[in-house]
Write a protein that binds this ligand. Structure first.
Ligand code: HEM
Length: 448
């Protein structure tokens, strides 16, 4: 494939977590060359099933006008924060952890982050991957597709700092999580030196990014574990807007919203304070985390055979919300606040004492909040004959010890959901702020 073949003209610059940045110069000149700017602008029409299929058949790699809205939507690589944190959930996701190869240290890690950032920037703009010398080495897997809301997000695990000789700049926020009684963690599928989150609304675009990044890792880093997940396809329904998980619940209602006051302080690390508060991580040694966030990743298996034996009424009391529309059992609609004190005619709390939504609510956790941004997963049938399916739970916060940890501690003590789930893998990653133009992710840690 030639270098320009897949330079898609993005119809919509999707506002991920970063600030807006212009389409790459290459894409603009390509558009001029083809004279398709107007045509590209007209591709936002939502195609029905037949139109979508016809559009796909007519797609040529150098014809951005053939892209549907899903294909042409683009998230920005550069910005204050990395993409993939506040971006809408994508339909397909891959989480991959890498360990640095024996002998690879800070210098090699810096070169890898530079390569990865360049690849992520290109692919998020719908352009093909190139090697370190700028030569085409694209696999062609995403040929025909546009950016499809691709986001690539990079993080560093606790062990990364030992491997690179940077332990003096390792935030205490990366201290190991405390053990929880419900943990059934597989060490081989937990943690890792480096972590990459890929999300896209097209399965081939997501896989293409996965392969390109794995190839970039070359001899510097080896895959430690990889997990793949999914969410609802955009356009499948307009209601509910919130995702549904594999237990059938509307999941994400209580998430803090970017428009909420205090959102940034809870989710992102401010400049000059590595964990978002006056803490051991304050000071210039931790400035590289400014604008960053901490991802807690848990592979949570759902014991679906047991769950599905419950009546809907029991399932709703386990969560404290209605299954059909996500409304709290205390009444109203999905967005109505929970009335945690409301009692029924029998005098009992309508949102039970051990309901998951009650126990995890910021109100019951001294304001502790996190942004949950999961993917569902299904890896076939496990050795015990039950579905190996559940949630790739990813939550974002300025400090895991003020977000995830207190809430999980409380859930661990008496969540009605606990008998139906099993935490099987875990990781915590420091996700630096977004790269400025000309910079790569993590440069402020690795080169200063
Ligand atoms: C498979 C595991 C899990 C499932 C199926 C699940 C499901 C749900 C559902 C259906 C809700 C109510 C709707 C909503 O607000 O999103 C909810 C709320 C919530 N969950 Fe989970 N959850 C799981 C694990 C966890 C874990 C591990 C944590 C954190 C330690 C957590 C933290 C929360 C929080 C903070 C809320 C919002 C509470 C509120 O603001 O009202 N969940 N969860």
């Amino acid at each position: 494939m030639s270098k320009n073949m897949k330079d898609a003209t993005p119809k919509a610059a999707r506002n991920g977590s970063g600030t807006g940045a212009a389409a790459p110069a290459g894409a603009v000149s390509r558009r001029r060359l083809l004279g398709t700017a107007g045509a590209a602008g007209a591709t936002g029409l939502v195609l029905g099933a037949a139109g979508g299929a016809a559009g796909y058949a007519a797609t040529r790699p150098d014809d951005p006008a053939a892209l549907t809205t899903v294909g042409s939507t683009r998230a920005m690589f550069h910005g204050k924060h990395q993409a993939g944190i506040t971006a809408p959930l994508q339909a397909h996701g891959h989480l991959i952890a890498f360990d640095l190869a024996p002998g690879a240290g800070r210098k090699e890690a810096a070169a890898l982050m530079r390569r990865w950032s360049a690849t992520a920037e290109r692919l998020m703009a719908g352009r093909p991957a190139v090697d370190g010398d700028g030569a085409d080495h694209d696999t062609g897997i995403a040929l025909d597709a546009g950016p499809s809301s691709l986001t690539v997000t990079f993080g560093f695990g606790r062990t990364f700092f030992e491997r690179t000789g940077l332990t003096g700049r390792r935030p205490t926020a990366l201290d190991p999580l405390p053990p929880f009684s419900s943990d059934h963690l597989d060490a081989k599928r937990s943690n890792g030196d480096l972590w990459v989150q890929i999300g896209a609304d097209d399965a081939l675009v997501a896989f293409h990014a996965l392969r390109a990044l794995q190839k970039d890792a070359a001899t510097t880093a080896r895959v430690r574990w990889q997990m793949s997940g999914f969410n609802r396809t955009p356009g499948a329904t307009d209601r509910p807007r919130t995702a549904r998980n594999l237990m059938g619940q509307i999941d994400g209602t209580g998430n803090p919203k970017p428009s909420d006051s205090g959102f940034d302080q809870r989710i992102f690390v401010p400049s000059g304070a590595g964990t978002g508060t006056a803490s051991a991580d304050s000071g210039p040694a931790f400035d590289w985390m400014a604008g960053g966030s901490y991802a807690v990743v848990r592979r949570i298996r759902m014991l679906l055979d047991d769950w599905e034996k419950l009546t809907v009424d029991r399932q709703e009391r386990v969560i404290g919300r209605r299954k059909a529309d996500g409304a709290p059992l205390s009444g109203g609609t999905e967005t109505t606040g929970m009335d945690l004190d409301k009692a029924g005619p029998d005098g009992r709390l309508v949102i039970p004492d051990n309901a998951h939504a009650r126990i995890s609510s910021p109100e019951k956790n001294g304001g502790a909040a996190m942004l949950r941004r999961p993917f569902s997963y299904h890896d076939g049938i496990a050795a015990d004959g039950t579905p190996d399916a559940g949630l790739l739970f990813v939550c974002w916060q300025a400090d895991p010890f003020r977000g995830f940890v207190p809430v999980q501690r409380k859930l661990d003590r008496g969540d009605a959901l606990s008998p139906f789930i099993r935490h099987e893998a875990s990781g915590v990653f420091a996700v630096p702020g977004g790269a400025a133009k000309g910079e790569y992710v993590g440069q402020r840690l690795l080169e200063s």
